[in-house]
Design a protein around this ligand. Structure first.
Ligand SMILES: C[S@@+](CC[C@H](N)C(=O)[O-])C[C@H]1O[C@@H](n2cnc3c(N)ncnc32)[C@H](O)[C@@H]1O
Length: 430
């Protein structure tokens, strides 16, 4: 494995492939039950969110309370996010981070099927080896399930520092991971399939503790950071066929040792590594209300692919003032949250950006006959172009049975008000 980036990319490609293949629900259930999930828990969540990739059940040990903010590092299909969401209730927030775009797409689909929406439940594509797109001091509990072992050594240190930053004082880490019983032999360390399958990246409890301590974590009350070996059989993935390599011939390509990633190792995995629960806290006490977990609300939605053209204020004025224009020729959309009353483009509809993506089907039904749908926000640099892009992406996906096209009002409402305040046919106040 040459560099940290190549390592992360190889792991991500393997899990992208895993997310795209169909996992046998029976096999995934067998693995999940072996690692402590109860039948009732598995019955309560979207079936596709359990991919048989876990090595424990961190939610069961996290004592989550109503209203808490939770972050799941490496959320996969969302199994622990969904379980956590039911514990923290509608006033809580649960965010799943994963570097695999296909995992995030799958998890979002699972969430949409249960009508679970951001900010209550969000899935964000982000690498744990970099600064997390999460607000400092915003999280009560960090979960992770069979993920930290997959990060390169330096990435493990980075994610623990980031975990510390985003936790509130008094916040806790409750995670499950694969940890090595002994320094691993070179043959395993050089085997990509052993990395992808959560073996070769495992570090010893001492090394793990060092990452946590160096980030600032302490143990619960007067005790040390706690490591509990669960004594579970790690061969269960291969028996059930849910190990990442089980995608078979084209999951991740041949490993550096030339062995196909789907092959069961020719050694007893339990001799080298074990599943552990890890508990640690960020010292301190929090007395203030936790801020939103997501640094950017739009991270919970797909990235925009299109780039809708801009219309100058003069072009929009000519649309508004042209008596020959029918009302379905254009529609103006204000995507600001709550500052509509300070003055807005006359006749504009208010559709706040933070709920816009989830409401796209209804939006399309309402405005699909409008040839030009023109979006703006304060300066039309962020929310306006983003919502226009989501609408255009939606139009492109729907196909040709509409005449609508997305545009952005250049300069946003700021420029509009600067130029046209006092002109009653152009500016309106609520
Ligand atoms: C073994 S799976 C576990 C998934 C999930 N926690 C579960 O229990 O089903 C590991 C997950 O970690 C993600 N992952 C691996 N490396 C990552 C990284 N550098 N940043 C973010 N996610 C990563 C993978 O994409 C995959 O979804």
């Amino acid at each position: 494995m040459s560099t940290n980036e190549e390592h992360t990319q190889a792991i991500t490609e393997a899990y992208n492939a895993k997310a795209r293949e169909t996992t046998s629900a029976a096999s995934a259930r067998k693995v999940a039950e072996a690692f402590g999930y109860m039948k009732e828990e598995l019955d309560s969540i979207p079936e596709a969110s359990n991919m048989g990739l876990s090595c424990g059940n961190p939610v069961a040990a996290a004592s989550l309370k109503e209203g808490e903010h939770v972050l799941d590092l490496g959320s996969g299909g969302g199994i622990d996010v969904f379980l956590a969401a039911s514990k923290v209730g509608p006033t809580g927030q649960v965010v799943g981070l994963d570097n695999s775009a296909d995992m995030v797409t799958l998890a979002r689909k699972n969430a949409a099927g249960r009508n679970l929406r951001s900010p209550h439940v969000s899935f964000v594509q982000a690498s744990l080896t970099q600064e997390l797109p999460i607000t400092s001091d915003s999280v009560d509990c960090i979960l992770s399930n069979c993920v930290i072992n997959l990060l390169p050594f330096a990435g493990k240190a980075t994610v623990m520092k980031e975990a510390y930053r985003v936790l509130r004082p008094g916040g806790r880490i409750t995670l499950d991971d694969v940890i090595s019983k002994t320094p691993l032999p070179d043959a395993i360390l050089k085997d990509l399939s052993a990395h992808v399958n959560c073996i070769a990246g495992a570090v010893t409890p001492e090394e793990y503790r060092k990452f946590l301590e160096e980030a600032g974590f302490k143990g619960l009350s007067t005790r040390d950071i706690v490591f509990v070996e669960t004594k579970k059989d790690l061969n269960v993935y291969y028996e059930a066929g849910t190990n990442c390599g089980s995608a078979g011939n084209n999951c991740c390509g041949p490993s550096e040792t030339g062995r196909d990633l789907s092959t069961k190792p020719n050694y007893n995995v339990n001799e080298y590594v074990a599943s552990y629960q890890v508990y640690a806290i960020k010292p301190g006490v929090s007395t203030t209300q936790a801020p939103d977990v997501l640094l950017h609300s739009w991270d919970a939605f797909p990235k925009v692919k299109s780039s809708p053209p801009r219309l100058t204020p003069d072009e929009v004025v000519s649309l508004i003032r042209d008596p020959t224009k029918l009302s379905d020729n254009y529609t103006v959309i204000d995507v600001r949250r709550n500052d509509h009353s300070g003055g807005h483009v006359r006749g504009s509809h208010q559709c706040p950006a933070q709920t816009f993506y989830d409401e796209l089907p209804g939006f399309f039904d309402k405005f699909k006959t409008s040839k030009k749908v023109i979006f703006y926000c304060g300066s039309s640099n962020g929310r306006g172009p983003r919502c226009a892009g989501w609408y255009q992406d939606y139009l492109d996906a729907v196909g040709a049975e509409h005449k609508s096209q997305a545009y952005v009002l250049e300069g946003g409402v700021k420029e509009w008000l600067t130029r046209f305040t006092g002109e009653e046919d152009l500016v309106d106040y609520d």
